[in-house]
Design a protein around this ligand. Sequence first.
Ligand code: FMN
Length: 395
Amino acid sequence: GELLELMQFKKPELDARKRRLDAALTIGDLRTIAKRRTPKAAFDYTDGAAEGELSLDRARRAFEDVEFHPDILRPANEVDTSCEILGGPSALPFGIAPTGFTRLMQTEGETAGASAAAAAGIPFTLSTLGTTSIEGVKAANPVGRNWFQLYVMKQREISYGLVERAAKAGFDTLQFTVDTPIAGARLRDKRNGFSIPPQLTVGTIVNAIPRPWWWYDFLTTPKLEFASLSTTGGTVGELLNAAMDPTISYEDLDIIRGMWPGKLVVKGVQNVQDAARLVDLGVDGIVLSNHGGRQLDRAPIPFRLLPHVVREVGKDATVMVDTGIMNGADIVASIALGAKFTLIGRAYLYGLMAGGREGVDRTIAILRSEIERTMTLLGVSSLDELEPRHVTQLT
Ligand code: FMN
């Protein structure tokens, strides 16, 4: 009864959500809605990057500087956006990247991401710093593909326990993230006094007034906490630094390899030499990533690094890329330059903040139509017809 009452109370809001989302034509539109609806500290935590945010700006610019070279008069009636990735199918050449604190952005959190991924037929990645349990994600995406992102933490037993649980829950791929020996300097968080749990200050209260639905959800759904860690509160930097181990090494990779039955991917590779070494060591894939510009600022731009890494190891391992993907065209350009797959972080989170599960559906739909349109205009009808000659960079 009470639930029904709540639902009726929320219905006008849910109808408005649908109209709002339908009107969003780009990921940028979803970002605008997200910003309007999410408390400043949570939005900035998501939207922001490290230091001067140069890594992120440069990554975006590199995608904007793509020039496409279409072939003419090549009939492409139906485009096929599906691919084979790490031993399984994906309906689209991207999956959802691991993100921590996800229920902070919008309380549906990983459940929205995993169920939207299931509906779209793409893989979902759960972070070690996730706010939904491994089993909770499995329940939201019981048939589709789930991947687990591993941080090897100071307390190794916690990390090892997660690896075992993810294997048991049928997650098929492990992404071992290696670009976070310590937390990057997320200056927006410092300036906002952002901490977990959120602190009530005059500023947060004033900021809350035009965002009632976020607060309503926050106060009426289960408490926000890490699903896989037991930590005390603090700033995100403090939480990360308490958990992360700056001494992780190739030895850890070896141990993880021995524990994990599925595909093993290293996320956060930033040069050709490391890529080659990892492939020699037998990893199945690498993600070229600078963590969405949230760690080392002025880091190499993954998209620019891509052709060099593909030339070196592309035949022996699966090369994937992320950071700065905001348009299906960014994904098409990455595939043309030899990436087998891409990951989206913020594009997913903007959708989530803009409208929960339906917002993530909208993110995927926007990217899907951009991918299909770009491919059709390029004169290709499947992903493996995309070639390096389709892309140059303005400089
Ligand atoms: N990467 C991880 O490996 N583990 C994490 O817990 C994690 N948390 C993130 C939280 C947020 C809010 C964001 C935006 C990114 C996070 N990342 C994490 C990085 C993403 O997996 C991905 O590499 C990055 O978001 C890609 O860039 P994009 O946001 O421009 O798409």
